[in-house]
Design a protein around this ligand. Structure first.
Ligand SMILES: [Zn+2]
Length: 274
């Protein structure tokens, strides 16, 4: 089964369903790299590039109508992962996620429909809001805006940036990945030497939020934050859809695994007794 998926960038890709064992194999091959696993999962689900949408075709088109996923925006990659789950499993659009309440603080379950809001789901997707942004993206011209008296230029985040950040922060619990991802996207700050941009970012204080708002307004994207309600204290809580193993392997398959594990252990114990 395959389906043509329309991405936040307006790119269209024919994607196919993948079996649980295929997905499991893909993901287990990349235990030390989440970005690698996600790229492989996207590649495995891709049948062909139908339309490049807002991308320059030379950036996104791979060999033989494939998609160069590492060059796709982070936003499109996330959307592709959601879409893969939806088309792969009969109940793939229903995702039951666990969230810890920030108020009580107990855990509760929340059901998400992983389809777009337009299709009756819970996922909000937005495209570039105007032709200027679209045009800049297409021609690889940075976006720009004023922060105080400084002109700041930035670009979107791509899979290869995620790869770089993962490599740099590997095994380093103190890595400031938020800061790194902001740094990789900033191309130029008026009056600041490019070697000093990290230092400048650290010095921003409240203006940093302003910068982040400015950057997130000029983008296409997918909202992974969903509104939930704590079943224990009834308070409204925001929760972010995760991309861990739990997300990929449906509960039924996990149950089957657990049963198999228990059986294997029982057999092993029986063998040891003999
Ligand atoms: Zn609560």
């Amino acid at each position: 089964m395959s389906e043509i998926i329309k991405f936040p960038s307006r790119m269209e890709v024919e994607m196919r369903a993948r079996s649980v064992s295929e997905l499991r194999q893909t993901l287990s091959g990349f235990r030390d790299s989440l970005v690698g696993a996600q790229t492989a999962a996207l590649e495995g689900a891709t049948v062909k590039l139908v339309s490049p949408g807002d991308y320059p075709v030379e950036r996104i088109a791979g060999v033989d109508d494939s998609v160069n996923w590492i060059k796709a925006t982070t936003e499109d990659r996330l959307y592709g992962l959601l879409a893969t789950r939806v088309i792969s499993f009969e109940k793939g659009r229903h995702y039951r996620m666990e969230n810890a309440c920030e108020r009580c603080p107990k855990k509760y379950m929340h059901d998400v429909d992983l389809r777009r809001v337009e299709d009756g789901g819970d996922i909000v997707v937005w495209e570039f809001e105007d032709d200027d942004h679209r045009d800049r993206f297409k021609k690889d011209i940075p976006f720009e805006g004023m922060l105080g008296d400084k002109l700041v230029k930035w670009r979107m985040a791509y899979g290869e940036d995620e790869q770089l950040i993962e490599r740099v922060s590997d095994g380093n619990p103190n890595a400031k990945t938020d800061e790194l991802s902001l740094r990789t996207r900033i191309v130029e700050v008026e009056g600041i030497n490019s070697n000093d941009i990290s230092k400048w970012l650290e010095s921003l204080g409240d203006e940093r939020l302003e910068l982040q708002d400015m950057m997130s307004e000029a983008t296409h994207g997918v909202d992974l934050v969903v509104d939930t309600k704590c079943v224990w204290c009834n308070s409204s809580q925001e929760a972010t859809i995760p991309f861990d193993l739990e997300f990929w392997i449906p509960v039924v398959a996990r149950e089957r695994d657990r049963r198999r594990d228990r059986r294997d252990k029982a057999l092993m114990r029986a063998a040891q007794r003999r």
